[in-house]
Design a binder for this molecule. Structure first.
Ligand code: FAD
Ligand code: NAD
Length: 628
């Protein structure tokens, strides 16, 4: 192969999926000469599965990406076709925003933004080699022989590495959506000492809407009160008419067809080697694992405004085409469905993220970063979150700056990276609110207050946006102060309001803030007895309500965070050999040497390291401090 020198750049981003897009934008915006490579530019920001962004806990990730200066939230605000706040029957910690996307519009909007970003170029090319010089990354090479010298690279290859797609007995070497896979880079990564293994995932069929009987399904409406993903948008900025989704169910006939054909499913016939996601199982998995369930719900969702293709959420499969036709046609509304794209499973090479530091840099390969589904995660939002951090830290590496590491108490992004780096994952990792121990603080509504100051400090948030946040915080503080100082007497309108909301009358005066804490009342409900109330934006009112109502829980959790930070502040030297520390159990020594945690908090979360081992480490560190 003839090689030629194409260009000298700072950061190479390999992959144009949700991780690659955020990584490339962040690096370029931080002043790095950046090139994003994708085997096909048509894969940029592609959603190979669900045409939606957000959802439970994933909505938190999108808002955090936005708060730090990422792009996903802005792009979905522009291209959504239905939006909904999920879980509003529960507490605000688990409210999660979810938006149906116009898939193609999302891709072209993101691609257009990449094209117009200074310092950033996008190139259609397969990367087959990573060059090293003096023990650090020095370049990347395309299949056609173009050499790009670079100082750092971010791996964002998603599900394309040695990818195989399976529909029953029909198996093709292909990336998602019949795009070309990356067949060469895996071998080079192994040569560099990187361990790879196989994961799998799947997607349901798409069908032509004209062949569906929508009358037989229940319509699902979007919210009237729209909440944007991006903190830089207001509801008015993004308001538009919304499309309908539809709800239907599988039944015993569907399940019987699946059971009768399990031996033809590669997932069950042993043809697939990879491990699949436990939390988004295929329909075969659901029918086997939840055998007593009589039906499973399916959302029928449009793929966009300019297409009749519909996505059948909840019914991913790797069964053969003839079985798919029979099984989908048992479902009310789908009896005459015309499948445009059959369901398939895909398996691919990925890494165990314990090979990475919390900055997402490989522990033993300076300048090489890794983000997205290639790190063993699943989900567009998980990918975007890691991409953003990988891109920021690749830029910081080139600039000789400290890496940005978010802690578990800073956000779901911190939880996600800490989980995969410390514990690794034996199945595609999916974010869930239950994984965040400080979730009362890490709400989707306050992601800007938690992370925008960090985005501003590192240079991804403009002065204007930062000033707007400071103004919002000032208004919230002033209003909380006012509400705490307004006293209500037992006047007729006050008593009438309390009765209307089914809460006990007051005998003497009560502070407005105390009334607000009652479960039946809210800041909004108290408006009619609060004539002095200033006219405040919706997001300010929401903060006043939450911060007063849940003040007790929030204070308690802040104390837990203080404790947590003490352990996180105790740094462990990377070169420490745990074999030499007396008193550590064998398993702890092995795991600590493998993970090489950066601090005591991180050490305490490694599976196989017990509280007793942490005490041993604490004593050891005290002894070391006294010696020096
Ligand atoms: C069939 C299927 C079903 C899925 N189901 C869902 C779902 O329902 N919801 C969900 O959130 N997630 C789902 N996922 C996962 C989701 O697609 C990923 O989590 C997300 O897209 C990962 O983003 P990424 O940026 O890490 O990688 P990807 O989106 O996979 O992007 C990888 C990029 O890397 C490029 N690339 C790869 N190798 C090279 C190379 N050597 N040189 C140059 N470029 C290269 C590709 O061209 C592509 O641009 C599914 C994935 C698939 C394939
Ligand atoms: N391996 C993978 O990479 C892979 C594969 C499949 C799914 N996933 C992940 O799973 C997620 C999808 O999984 P999910 O099935 O839990 O769905 P989801 O998170 O999008 O939705 C969960 C809940 O949201 C509500 N909902 C969903 N769609 C709705 C609609 N159209 N209208 C009204 N309410 C709706 C319902 O209550 C539903 O049960 C994706 O976001 C993705 O991250 C990953």
């Amino acid at each position: 192969m003839n090689m030629y020198h194409a260009e000298t750049i700072d950061v190479a981003v390999i992959g144009g999926g949700h991780a690659g897009c955020e990584a490339a934008l962040a690096a370029a915006r931080l002043g790095m000469r950046t090139v994003l490579f994708a085997i096909s530019l048509d894969s940029i920001a592609m959603m190979p599965c669900n045409p939606s962004i957000g959802g439970s806990s994933k909505g938190h990730l999108v808002r955090e990406v936005d708060a730090l200066g990422g792009e996903m939230g802005k792009v979905i605000d522009k291209t959504y076709i239905q939006t909904k706040m999920l879980n509003t029957g529960k507490g605000p910690a688990v409210y999660s925003l979810r938006a149906q996307a116009d898939k193609q519009a999302y891709q072209s909007e993101m691609k257009h933004r990449l094209e117009n970003t200074p310092n950033l170029k996008i190139k259609q090319a397969e990367i087959v080699d990573i060059r090293m010089e003096n023990g650090r990354v020095s370049g990347v090479v395309t299949a056609a022989g173009a050499v790009y010298d670079c100082k750092a690279a971010v791996l964002c290859m998603g599900t394309y590495m040695k990818a195989r797609c399976l529909t029953g007995e029909h198996i093709t070497e292909s990336g998602p959506n019949n795009l070309m896979p990356a067949m060469k880079l895996s071998a080079r990564l192994r040569e560099m000492g990187i361990d790879l293994f196989r994961f799998k995932t799947g997607t349901p069929a798409r069908m032509n809407k004209n062949s569906l009987d929508l009358e037989k399904m229940q319509p699902q409406y979007g919210d009237e009160n729209i909440v944007p993903f991006s903190f830089s948008h207001t509801a008015e900025d993004i308001a538009k008419p919304q499309v309908l989704c539809w709800l239907t169910y599988t039944n015993e006939k569907t399940h019987q067809i699946i059971r009768d054909n399990l031996d033809r499913s590669p997932m069950f016939g042993g043809v697939i080697e990879g491990t699949g996601p436990r939390y988004c199982p295929s329909i075969e998995d659901k029918v086997v694992r939840f055998a007593d369930k009589e039906r499973h719900q399916l959302f029928v969702e449009p793929e966009g405004e300019n297409t009749e293709e519909m996505y059948i959420q909840g019914m991913s499969s790797s069964l053969p085409e003839d079985v798919q036709i029979a099984m989908y046609r048992t479902i009310p509304g789908l009896e005459h469905c015309e499948i445009t794209r059959f369901a398939y499973a895909i398996e691919y090479d990925c890494i165990d993220a314990t090979q990475l530091k919390l900055s997402l840099e490989f522990k033993d390969i300076p300048g090489l970063f890794s983000a997205g589904q290639f790190n063993g995660s699943s989900g567009y939002e998980e990918a975007a979150a890691q991409g953003l951090i990988g891109g920021i830290n690749a830029a910081h590496f080139v600039q000789g700056k400290e890496p940005l590491v978010l802690q578990r108490s800073d956000g779901y992004i911190g939880v996600l990276i800490d989980d995969i780096v410390n514990k690794g994952t034996r199945e595609p990792y999916r974010m869930m609110t239950s994984r965040a121990e400080f979730r009362l603080l890490l709400r989707q509504d306050n992601a800007d207050q938690r992370l925008t100051p960090i985005g501003y400090r590192i240079g991804l948030i403009s002065q204007e946006r930062y000033d707007a946040l400071l103004e919002k915080e000032r208004l919230v503080a002033a209003e909380i102060d006012r509400v705490q100082h307004v006293t209500m007497g037992p006047s007729a309108p006050v008593l009438a309001l309390l009765e209307k909301y089914g809460t006990a009358p007051i005998k003497n005066g009560a502070r407005l803030s105390d009334l607000l804490k009652r479960p039946q009342l809210s800041y909004e409900a108290l408006a009619e007895i609060d004539p002095e109330r200033p006219d405040l934006p919706q997001d300010v009112q929401e903060q006043v309500n939450i911060q007063i109502k849940y003040a007790g829980y929030i204070d308690q959790q802040l104390k837990q965070v203080e404790q947590f930070k003490k352990l996180e502040g105790r740094l462990l030297p990377m070169e420490l050999d745990y074999e030499t520390i007396q008193g550590l159990r064998l398993e702890a020594r092995q795991k600590l040497n493998l993970v090489r945690p950066e601090n005591l908090g991180q050490a305490s979360r490694i599976t196989g390291v017990s509280p007793a081992d942490i005490s041993v480490l604490l004593i050891y560190m005290e002894q070391m401090k006294r010696k020096h």
